[in-house]
Design a protein around this ligand. Sequence first.
Ligand code: KG4
Ligand code: ZN
Length: 360
Amino acid sequence: MTILGIETSCDETAAAIIEGEKDSKKVRLLSNTVASSLSLHAATGGIIPEVAAREQVKYIIPVIEKTLKETTINDIDAIAVTIGPGLIGSLLIGVETAKTLAYVFNKPIIPVNHLIGHIYANFVSEIQNSKFKIQNSTVPEFPAIALIVSGGHTDLVLITDHAAPAMPAHSAGGRGKIKWLGGTRDDAAGEAFDKIGRLLNLPYPGGPSIEKEALKGNPMKFIFPKPMIGSGDFDFSFSGLKAAVFRKVQTMKQLNNQAISDISYAVQDAIVDVLVNKTLKAADKYKVKSLLLGGGVAANSKLRERFQSSIVNRKSSFKLFVPTKSLCTDNAAMIASAAFYNYKPVDWRDITVNPELYFY
Ligand code: KG4
Ligand code: ZN
């Protein structure tokens, strides 16, 4: 089966084609295009939804055309599209385009939850040769804990099998086999990176900027609170960290380059520590076989290294899966992958965007 995925939930305009057979443990990525209006948002220090959506109107057709370069629409068996959560104007562009393609070319259409999409980046193999055999050791097994860390979300979920709720619980998809364990009570991890990046006058988005600055930081200079690290539940809170950095910056006479790097180090350290600590607790509690990371913040090298080293040090029995960096940030391959493993086509007339869509 060959699926065309479309993703426009935030500022990216993305399309991808994946392919898989009945028993495939991972899907193959045939083509992947992501257009971003990041440079426009960098100028304003954040995303202005209307600006993002207007760019997406321009990008969507060229992005799909580029993705379909070596595959014709006739080779596509189904279309997958993100219906939420996200920015309503942006979501509408992807959904209306997908509906039109489904109607004109008479293809089944599968609505996908963006957060579940991030998890399914772990089921995409970037090897394009269909004869290549996927090793079972490189395939996530259930039960699994997934940590989704993006600009809008920080969630820990337990997954017992495929068949995730691509649709809201009250409609066709049902609850699926995903249990939400906890999430942020205020700012998401990526949002904390972005807002603190702004406090430090770093370029948007703050996550990659702080990661870069932290490389030059002195680990001994600052220590920031690690909110809720010992709270005993699976919730997170990052707004207190932002407030602590704000207070610190206010008391400093001068925010020179070294101070920015030192603060960046401490901020990244605090966020990574909380995320790793809580996720490992969840993995232990539910005796999982796999730990899956997803979302833009999962592109952070420190986070990836800290997970890897903690798992080795503790001789944990579960395996860690982290998508390649380009599949951590928003993309359409993960949307097509989620649709492949949770194949619930609906009539194109029944698809609507749901910016509030969540795990329940
Ligand atoms: O998943 P994503 O592309 O979009 C959303 O669904 O939100 O995530 C974007 C977020 C931004 O907050 C960005 O600062 C963060 O991911 N991010 C990073 C890194 N790369 C992107 N955070 C920390 N380190 C990174 N290397
Ligand atoms: Zn995302």
